[in-house]
Design a protein around this ligand. Structure first.
Ligand SMILES: [Zn+2]
Length: 402
């Protein structure tokens, strides 16, 4: 059932032949319709909030009790796989369905949040859905426009929400018991360890810089080698230094993914190179120190080559520690089902990062084939999804007992 539902959602796309489901699109509307129907089948009361999140609520045994939040996102990247996001929604639905089928009520309510935008494909902004729930939505984002010139404000309205009432989406009831998200790993660790699921310890923090080396453009034929101030040669040294430094720290990943060479002609010594530097680590202190070392290395390279270098911080987010209490319960749920509870850090960002502003968070990763994600080849095993559903059901039992 879960796999069939994921297959159905996998067909809802803005592009023929591949899965592309941006925020507030027609395909998102159809995804919400399907998920809303499944929520009702699981005994949930359903509503769509202003930003476009679908919220299904399964009441607890008594009114006025606390609420556990479950969730993940229904939007996708361009040419996506069908599991990044929807898997977490469908697994949560299955666990609630089990409660409903057994006429069980927990001592707390369960609210399933199917977020409208995590990937930021349409408007270049991430966590729109979860930010509305936590009350951290930046109103200036409403003026962003998509590639067709449609503003976020207009898109939201067309999707049925009121952009002037985003404040109503904010969670104002008593502090939730926590937020739990099931997600595909998007990495190779669980497959290498031959485990169906893993418990997330932290989501890595990250910093993105733009580093610009400035030398002097010169004629490729007439400028002797010892007279050149080649910005690309400096950038090349830097790229290798980044790789070397990242390899020397466990759990550190650092990437130069963009390189813009000016003037970029075959017969001109490059005068300027702008490059991106993305550094991530679950421990912020390690990330900050490494980044500082790398930028010092960039200055050393530039000075040896008589160039200038500048660095601009574009994005920085702190790492998020998962709740020790919820994570221990989750680990016990995994063990109760006969599997070792491997803990691993997430290098990718997730809605749980935004939700940590509101409440304690925990995450369960599901093994994916070859660690491949953000790719139509994304694949999870039916048996692993069944384990994830069992783990979540067990987690709800344990939380009810605690
Ligand atoms: Zn995701």
């Amino acid at each position: 059932m879960a796999m069939e539902r994921l297959d159905i959602l996998g067909t809802l796309s803005e592009e023929a032949g591949r899965l592309t489901r941006p925020y507030a699109s027609e395909s998102m509307r159809r995804a919400n319709e399907h998920v809303a129907g499944w929520m009702r089948t699981a005994g949930m009361a359903v509503r769509q909030d202003n930003v476009g999140n679908l919220r299904g609520r399964f009441e607890g045994s008594h009114a006025g009790g606390l609420t556990l939040l479950l969730g993940s996102h229904l939007d996708s990247v361009r040419d996506a796989g069908r599991y990044d996001g929807p898997l977490g929604v469908i697994v949560a639905l299955a666990a609630v369905q089990r409660l409903h089928d057994g006429a069980r009520r927990l001592p707390f309510a369960v609210e399933l949040l199917a977020f409208a935008d995590e990937e930021g494909l349409r408007f270049g902004s991430t966590y729109l859905g979860s930010a509305a729930v936590t009350g951290t939505f930046d109103g200036a984002d409403l003026d962003r426009v998509d590639s067709d010139g449609i503003s976020m404000r207009a898109a939201m309205r067309r999707f049925g929400g009121d952009p002037d009432r985003l404040g109503d989406d904010r969670w104002t009831a008593a502090r939730p018991l926590g937020y739990l998200e099931v997600h595909i790993e998007q990495g190779p660790v669980l497959e290498a360890q031959d485990l169906p699921v893993g418990v997330v310890s932290a989501v890595a923090g990250q910093a993105r810089h733009r580093v610009t080396f400035t030398g002097e453009a010169a004629h490729a034929g007439t400028t002797p080698m010892d007279r050149r101030r080649d910005a690309l040669a400096a950038a090349a040294e830097f790229v290798l230094a980044v790789e070397r430094e990242a390899r020397s720290h466990p759990d550190l990943v650092a990437t130069v993914g963009q390189l813009t060479v000016s003037p970029g002609a075959v017969n001109v010594v490059p005068g300027e190179v702008a490059l991106s530097l993305d550094v991530r680590h679950p421990d912020d202190a390690v990330r900050i120190e490494t980044t500082r070392n790398l930028l010092a290395e960039a200055r050393a390279i530039a000075s040896r080559r008589s160039l200038d270098v500048g660095a601009e911080l574009l994005v920085e987010s702190s790492s998020v520690r998962c709740s020790p209490r919820l994570t221990a319960l989750l680990a016990r749920s995994v063990q109760d089902l006969g599997h070792p509870a491997l803990q691993l850090a997430s290098g990718a960002g997730h809605d749980a990062v935004a939700m940590s502003d509101l409440t304690d968070v925990a995450m369960l990763f599901v093994r994916c084939k070859g660690g491949v994600s953000h790719n139509p080849a994304e694949s999870v095993a039916t048996a692993d999804v069944a384990v994830a559903i069992d783990v979540l059901a067990r987690f709800l039992e344990l939380l009810a007992q605690s």
